[in-house]
Ligand binder design. Sequence first.
Ligand code: DGT
Ligand code: CA
Ligand code: CA
Length: 576
Amino acid sequence: MKNLEIAKIFYLMAEFIQMDKASFISIAYNKAGRILESLEKDIEEIYNKGGLDELKKIPGIGKGIAGKIEEYIKTGKIKRYQELKKKCPVDLEKLTSVEGLGAKRIKFLYKKLKIKNLKDLEKTAKAGKIGKLDGFGDKSEKNILQSIEIAKLDKGRFLLGKILPIARNIVNELKELPETENISIAGSARRMKETIGDIDILVISSKPSKIMDFFVQMSGIDKVWAKGMTKSSVRLRRGFDADLRIVKEQSFGAALQYFTGSKDHNIALRKIAQKKGLKLNEYGVYRNNKQIAGKNEKQVYQAIGLSYIEPELRTNSGEIEAALQQAQGKPNQLPKLIGYNDIKGECHCHSDWSDGSETIEGLARIAKKMNYQYLVITDHASPLGIVHGLDEKRILKQMAEIDRVNKKIRGIKILKGIEVDIKADGSLFIKDEILSKLDLVLGAIHSGFKMDKEKMTKRLIKAIENPHVDVIAHPTGRIIDKRPGYQIDFDKILEKAKKNKTALEINAHMSRLDLRDVDIRRAKQAGVKMVIGTDVHNISYFSMMELGVAQARRGWAEKKDILNTSSLKNFLKYFK
Ligand code: DGT
Ligand code: CA
Ligand code: CA
């Protein structure tokens, strides 16, 4: 699949263009990147099927972008991209990962100090030359050095949202083989961890050799690290590794348990088994060298005296103690986790009225297909030009359009919402009078991330206390491996959210997943309700709901903790 390769080039082109000025062309390239990134079908296959015309049928892909995709598929290059790169030959990808460095500043640094990559940047910053530049200062020099350290820590982990479709593809291919008797994803991907080191797959077969042959010759393989009858390991061209292990039927449950991990969870389990005089390994649970469990994962847990523990909980952070208590009928039980099919509505969604790419009507049709009862349109209301936010006049206009769509499309209710910017002082970008007309108001911080802890906490609390604010969207502001999140006193935020019945969002976007699992657990304990929203910008985002639910599960959340598991009636009642 070339989808991600091409998406990356589009993103970089957008950045290069922004070096000179913010323009609609760069917005268009960004949008194209997002569409490609989330496209489930192979772009090359689409092209081979029907050429340029077929590409243009992809929602949101116009003639210009389709031409560029064709050029890449045919020649392996995009000429315009080469030209842009020539004009300013910097490692944009790495440099933009440094917080506070946008395209414009990168160009400035290149022109002034010939900084091309992270190494140049670090050297120059350490020599104190950046602080002296116009518009930088000592503080931003310090920030740059700090984020270079973060960028260096990048240990080659990948977002779950990127890995999962690929892992599932491999599983589907292996499933086709007649020798495959049973198969499962294992490792961190089965635990739905937010980032993944490598893909682990477990197969049952009594004839492993054909399966291993197939595995090391699949499409998309770059290198074979190892090939054997029980374990093989490959590097995929996309840059990450996949391990395949094959076991016999009588060990499937034990192997699945072992290779799902986490390692800490496994070590703790083995200690419990040992205390009971049992042996636990990837082949089974043994008493006096006789297997007493192994075929089935649930029985492995039971054999050592525990209730079954869902993979998302296996981090050795209290789940084992709870499973032990539960098995003994004591009160401290495992949570009854929210299920992947419990969500009744999407509550964070941008349309083409701001920076989304789909019409309200189009979004309504997709949400209906998802079997949702409701969809809340929450376009931006923000002074940031790039999101093309709504002002008060356009909010009223949009409300009328939503009424029109509701009349036209049955079987789904479109609710009127907004994602309104929380200004530096905690007040909102839209007047209360207008907000009071809406069904759902998400308050969000989109600028001024660097405030000190006290100020930022006050800012958020002021928004939480506004009676019109129903939900705080992406409450910590972190971007996985890119931005750590604002400085906030989270306990205080929870206390105020609970008091004001303001919900916190679990933003399900693959690179946000914000709240984090630990935050969700604290929110639940504090009695704060949450919603899960995918932050739709085009139709493919809807499927990220799965990642949000996984995040909620990893945070021990139950159905009752998550408000958009409620029916339309109860959802509206809560926020009234
Ligand atoms: P990753 O790949 O870094 O995202 O994380 P995992 O959890 O997928 O780790 P990985 O791929 O190294 O190993 C898969 C599982 O195998 C891991 O979750 C638990 C098990 N495992 C690996 N090494 C050990 C070990 O030394 N002891 C025990 N008890 N289990 C291990
Ligand atoms: Ca792994
Ligand atoms: Ca592995």
